[in-house]
Design a protein around this ligand. Structure first.
Ligand code: B12
Ligand code: SF4
Length: 727
């Protein structure tokens, strides 16, 4: 991996003389007060503007400001006209467009595609303040407002839709969002490096169309550049013959015979002489090689090719060895440069220590923004995740190499919160990131890490090359809670427990000092079938962690509980798997308040499984492993119902399923049975009949719920609301 340019090492843009804005301006009046006649960059975002490093627009804005650029913010504009898009005038360099911290479809719809009534990123949590597919809509409006201004899209929505991708909400494979948004450049992954380089180069007079070699970007290209070695992805991982193209004259359902033996030419584009086409390249040539993925049209028509493309994309995701990817859409190529080089600790510190106001813009007055409320006393200590859970796409976004801040920088941020954030009572609600305990963990060897192509460092077991030393994290926790004015430091990010048990000392530290009565952890399932498709550890690790957790809680004289989370309807899950899980939940006295069904979010490996029925964790061929997919509302509801076996509303559907599965023996009032044969009248569910009560609650111990984490019977443990929702 070549060394990257330091992001704080650029010569500042001339407008640095205007200094630091208390908040980045959202109006002309604010610009006037700052003495600006124009903005160099305007960021349009689907979230309310909170000037805090947990919000992408603030990070990107403040990083650009530190480079000397004047940055304005247009937050949650009315997208029905261009009026809001012209509020700050035309930017001198470019519009930066993001849907916000989340994909707008994930944000707006539940996993059953119902519209959510709320939006944590909007004042008062109000829903409906951003359009579906925000990046596309905003980019179009910005283009209408100022035709000549370059458009750079970024943030999670753009990042995870950078290539042809399955879209759960329209049930089809959509084109790269770059083309639908008609943007000039797409920034993917963490954006600091790219955005600095883009801004400086545009300021120096370079045309946006000439920025084509920047890591972590994608752009559209017609024709092929000279000097590149092109490798057909299907030579790297051969999926077998293509599905025959449809013959318009064939009778319905009869395939076109002539096309049946079509060779697999994933590129399906005419070859030009400027490029060499090869099967294998030497290491020395990797920098000039590009992998041609099957075209958008091909992957849209053929789910097996789609799974193949997903596998290739994931294989080519380590910045140490990833090659550029190219995918044809109609007559245009979408070219994806390799991922950005991770930020160093010094750079991370610099990014997180910009002069954030740590509050929502005054424009919002007293209105509360729930996402801000949840993180205002928490600190991000790292980015990235090497877990590789297939249903989560954080690795596809932030990468597998952990980017950590220094302890000093984290401690300084805690002091900032203590000294400046109104309402701080001495409790830090989280020190975390995508996971709680990957801080400073890495491969033991830089060389090995650079060459590695495994999708996870902890699955199927912990890689012997992974350094699992939790000492720096333990030290950080100790220093944080020793700071004057800090009474408690809670850990609310997800603990990777298979990793944590490698360090009993960490589990002790966590359990005895950083748990507020309940600790949420996510086994996600207990059966090997679904776990293997999720790339999650077996229950052995859970039990070991629980033993340690219980032992250390007792040692500290604390009554504390683990709250396990599970996913329903994940690819690879059978009805029997869910039944086993329900029986386990009942045996262990767990009752879930809300449960989560698998959401096929853009670019996740499990989404490729969901769409294709294939397993991209292994080599894909036409005959490779088929995965069971619980698809459709009926089965998804059933799987959720198993998780909420105690809810009388679910009993009819569960009874029917148990009979169908030949497990009618589990219906009845016995202790070992799952649900009663008795059905209370709907209105009377509150006044539970005896059978219902028995099924719902084993009497001896408190029953805990997922999500709220609150016990159903009074307990001595302090009841507190969880600080963070789950990921
Ligand atoms: C903290 C957090 C929360 C907090 C909110 C605070 C916050 N600020 O987000 C809370 C607890 C409220 C929360 C809730 C939820 N969250 Co959350 N959250 C996070 C988390 C861990 C950190 C967010 C953060 O610090 N972002 C800051 C910056 C660093 O990240 P970024 O937005 O990606 O920005 C970078 C780039 O994208 C780029 N960039 C950003 N903007 C722009 C703009 C331009 C122009 C350019 C060029 C580049 C660019 O540069 C930035 C710097 O590198 C992220 C995971 C992560 N990112 O680490 C999940 C994450 C955002 N959450 C997620 C989810 C699913 C949820 C929930 C739905 C969970 C649930 N099941 O309930 C809820 C949603 C609530 C709702 N809709 O009402 C998902 C979103 C998935 C998706 N595809 O959209 C994420 C990615 C986690 C995951 N593992 O998948 N969350
Ligand atoms: S060799 Fe092991 S620890 Fe190193 S990057 Fe690869 S999977 Fe991770």
């Amino acid at each position: 991996m070549e060394p990257a340019r330091d992001i704080y090492g650029y010569r500042k843009h001339w407008a640095e003389r205007f200094g630091t804005a208390p908040f980045l301006p959202m109006s002309r009046q604010e610009m006037d007060l700052l003495g600006w006649d124009s903005c160099d960059v305007i960021i349009v975002t689907g979230d309310a503007y909170v000037d805090h490093p947990s919000f992408g627009m603030a990070i990107v804005g403040r990083v650009l400001e530190a480079q000397g650029f004047r940055v304005g913010i247009i937050a949650q504009p009315d997208w029905h006209s261009t009026a809001d898009f012209t509020a700050l005038g035309a930017p001198n360099l470019f519009f930066g467009i993001t849907a916000g911290n989340m994909d707008s479809m994930v944000n707006r719809y539940t996993s059953d595609r119902r519209v959510r009534s709320d939006d944590a990123y909007t004042p008062q949590g109000a829903g409906g303040r951003r359009p579906d597919r925000s990046v596309i809509v905003y980019a179009q409006r910005a283009r209408e407002a100022y035709r000549e201004v370059p458009i750079v899209i970024g943030g999670i929505e753009a990042s995870l839709r950078r290539i042809a991708h399955f879209d759960y909400w329209s049930e089809k494979v959509r084109r790269s969002v770059l083309l639908d948004a008609k943007a000039d450049l797409l920034v993917y992954g963490n954006g600091e490096r790219q955005i600095c380089e883009i801004a400086h180069r545009l300021a120096a007079g370079e045309a946006i169309g000439d920025i084509t070699e920047l890591r972590g970007t994608a752009f559209a290209r017609r024709g092929r550049p000279a000097g590149w070695i092109e490798i057909d992805s299907t030579h790297l991982d051969a999926p077998g013959p293509l599905n025959p193209p449809l013959d318009p004259y064939a009778m319905e359902g009869v395939p076109a015979a002539a096309a049946a033996a079509a060779p697999c030419a994933g590129g399906d584009a005419p070859a030009e002489k400027v490029v060499r086409f090869v099967r294998r390249v030497k290491n020395a040539e990797r920098d000039r090689s590009v992998i041609r993925m099957p075209s958008h049209e091909a992957v849209a028509a053929d789910p097996v090719l789609y799974a193949h493309a997903s596998r290739i994309l994931h294989l080519e995701s380590n910045p140490g060895n990833a090659r550029a990817l190219v995918q044809r859409h109609g007559d245009t190529d979408v070219w994806l440069n390799p991922p950005p080089i991770p930020l160093t600790t010094r750079e991370m510190d610099w990014v997180y220590e910009r002069p954030y106001a740590r509050a929502p813009h005054p424009f919002y007055g007293a209105a509360e923004i729930p996402a801000y409320k949840m993180i205002r006393f928490s600190v991000s200590i790292q980015r990235g995740c090497f877990g590789g859970c297939t249903f989560c796409s954080i690795t596809e976004h932030e990468g597998r190499i952990i980017q950590s801040r220094s302890q000093d920088s984290v401690l300084r941020e805690i002091e900032q919160i203590r000294d400046h954030v109104p309402g701080f009572t001495g409790v830090i609600s989280d020190l975390g990131g995508p996971t709680a305990n990957m801080y400073r963990l890495a491969c033991k060897s830089r060389e090995i890490e650079s060459a590695c192509r495994r999708p996870s460092c902890v699955y199927p077991g912990i890689c012997p090359n992974l350094d699992t030393n939790h000492a720096p994290l333990i030290e950080l926790y100790r220093k944080a809670r020793a700071l004057p004015g800090v009474k408690k430091v809670l850990i609310a990010s997800g603990v990777r427990y298979d990793l944590a048990i490698e360090s009993p000392e960490y589990v002790r530290e966590l359990t005895q000092h950083h748990v507020g009565g309940y600790l949420k952890i996510a086994p996600e399932h207990l059966r090997d079938g679904p776990l293997a498709k999720m790339m999650k550890p077996g229950m052995g690790a859970y039990h070991k962690f629980k033993q340690l957790f219980d032992r250390y809680s007792k040692e500290a004289g604390k009554e504390q509980y683990l709250i396990p989370y599970f996913i329903a309807a994940h690819p690879g899950t059978t009805d029997e798997d869910m039944l086993e899980l329900a029986l386990w939940l009942k045996r262990n006295g767990f009752r879930a308040d809300q449960v989560q069904a698998f959401l096929p979010s853009p670019m996740a490996t499990a989404t490729a499984m969901y769409h294709s029925g294939k397993n991209p964790l292994k080599r894909i061929t036409r005959d490779s492993e088929n995965v069971i997919i619980p698809k459709g509302l009926r089965i998804r509801r059933l799987h959720k119902a198993f998780l909420r076996y105690h809810d009388p509303n679910n009993w009819p559907v569960l009874r029917e399923a148990l009979r169908r599965m030949g497990r009618a023996d589990l219906i009845g009032g016995g202790r070992l049975q799952l649900i009663p044969s008795y059905q209370p009248p709907a209105a009377a569910t509150q006044a539970k009949p005896a059978a219902a009560r028995r099924a719902a609650a084993p009497p001896a111990r408190p029953i805990r719920t997922q999500h709220t984490g609150l016990p159903h019977v009074p307990s001595r443990a302090p009841a507190r609301k969880p600080q963070r929702e789950r990921h």
